[in-house]
Design a protein around this ligand. Structure first.
Ligand code: PLP
Length: 460
């Protein structure tokens, strides 16, 4: 679209007249107008007013290789010219998803050798939910269909995704969630650990909430447990090291399938190709999307572990589920090229051994002592900064979320895009960030915190 034809004000007016944005208070948007992003290059985005903003959110947790990658545009263009689309129903296939599937099986944990494609993380989780229930039905146990999930979890915005997620505001608008999904506490030590409770003990207690839910329902009624290795949209909640091994032990003890949602953590964000490796988790399904194409095309891949895949094949019978665009050749061609870039530039290793540790160190060193900061935490290039009124007691400013929102607004105005969840500032930048980019982000975060502190100090 030639935006030169329109003034920014006109574009904003048309936007609010015709475009219903996701997760938006439309009354509020209409009053203020949307921020118009018009271009991206490397780690930066540019708005219609010409401001250069360092993108601390990688688009929306997805642009792992950064903006302006000609190779990805070329891959899409070549595939569109050759074969823009053909479906993968009715025993048909096309070369791009075949090649991508082989590559994914090579990168994934050893028991993951099959993928089911969709266009979004939400769709992939819908597939995952149907698949685990179908698995137990094929195994002759259709009554084993409860899925245990967690408060603060985010698994997408379709009815299945929102039902799996642990966001009460979303549940309220569902008009009835998908049945047989129960939620347990999150491994969020900063807010939920008891006074004096060690991280280790808190992690075990949070994991045992899963066991309590299994025992309450009866193990013969529980199909699976689902969780993000690190909760993303819920506020980059990183579990204590004791949490995942205990969840794994519990799932194995009661023969409960373990579903991982790696829509955010997949493809390098935590310093391994998959956070399953970072946390040593052996899963039965892994949901991925976003960074699979670095967001250049909409594509999701649900990894289906050998246990489920073998039952599907051996027992046979049609699985009545799938999407028109499953294995879309253009999206898959872009994904292949994107994985090639991540590999050839060593981005995963760089996050693991250089930029991840450096981000963690710099956040602690430069922000940790700030009067507004209760905690900084990160894993790979995924970080959170807790904004508090009182560092000792961890009391928050009121109304909840207002202080972090103030910091965020100053950060964006100062040239750093970050996001806010309640009173937590979160970041998940492209994996191309260097030490210099991290320094620049920290400069801008410190400036934003100082500006916010100037307003908030009087409210203590
Ligand atoms: N799962 C997780 C962990 C996510 O973070 C998201 C989106 O942010 C989703 C699922 C849903 O993905 P999508 O928005 O592509 O449907």
């Amino acid at each position: 679209m030639n935006i030169q034809k329109y003034s920014l004000a006109e574009l904003q007016r048309i936007d609010s007249t015709h475009f219903l944005h996701p997760f938006t208070d439309h009354k509020d948007l209409r009053a203020k107008g949307a921020r118009m992003i018009v271009r991206g290059e490397g780690p930066f985005i540019y708005d219609a007013e010409g401001n250069e903003i360092l993108d601390g959110m990688a688009g929306l947790w997805c642009l792992n290789v950064g903006y302006g990658r000609e190779e990805l545009a070329d891959a899409a263009s070549a595939q569109m010219r050759e074969l823009p689309f053909y479906n993968s129903f009715f025993k048909c296939t096309t070369p791009a998803p075949v090649q991508l599937s082989a590559k994914l099986a090579e990168l994934a944990p050893p028991n993951m050798n099959q993928v089911f494609y969709g266009s979004s993380g939400s769709e992939a989780n819908d597939t995952a939910l149907r698949l685990v229930r179908h698995y137990w039905a094929l195994e002759g146990k259709p009554e084993k269909n409860i899925v245990i999930s967690r408060n603060y979890g985010y698994h997408g915005s379709t009815i299945a995704g929102a039902s799996l997620g642990g966001m009460p505001d979303m549940h309220k608008q569902l008009g009835g969630a998908v049945p047989n999904i129960v939620h347990v506490m999150a491994p969020y030590a900063f807010d939920l650990a008891l006074p004096g409770e060690s991280d280790h003990d808190f992690g075990l207690r949070a994991a045992r909430a899963v066991e309590d839910a299994i025992l309450a329902a009866g193990a013969d009624k529980v199909a699976a447990f689902i969780g993000e290795p690190v909760m993303g949209a819920g506020g980059v909640k990183i579990p204590p090291a004791s949490y995942w091994p205990e969840v794994q032990r519990i799932c194995e003890k009661y023969d409960i399938l373990l579903m991982l949602d790696e829509v955010i953590t997949g493809y390098g964000r935590t310093g391994e190709w998959f956070a399953a490796t970072t946390f040593g988790i052996k899963a039965d399904t892994i949901t991925t999307a976003k960074a699979l194409t670095s967001g250049y095309q909409p594509l999701s891949a649900l990894f289906v572990g050998d246990r489920i895949a073998e039952t599907l094949v051996e027992k046979g019978g049609e699985f009545y589920h799938g999407y028109t665009y499953a294995g879309h050749p253009v999206c898959c061609a872009v994904a292949i090229k994107n994985l090639e870039i991540i590999e050839s530039e060593g981005l995963v290793e760089r996050v693991r051994s250089e930029t991840g540790p450096y981000l963690s160190e710099q956040l602690g060193k430069r922000l940790g002592g700030h009067p507004l900061v209760g905690e900084t935490r990160s894993v790979g290039l995924m970080a959170a900064i807790e904004i508090v009124k009182d560092k000792k007691t961890r009391a928050r400013f009121q109304p909840g979320g207002s202080a972090a929102t103030l910091v965020r607004d100053h950060a964006i105005a100062g040239g750093l895009m970050v996001r806010v969840v309640d009173d937590t500032i979160i970041m998940a930048p492209p994996l191309i960030w260097t030490w210099e980019t991290i320094d620049l982000a920290c400069d801008r975060l410190v400036a934003a915190l100082d500006l916010a502190e100037a307003t908030l100090a009087s409210k203590r």
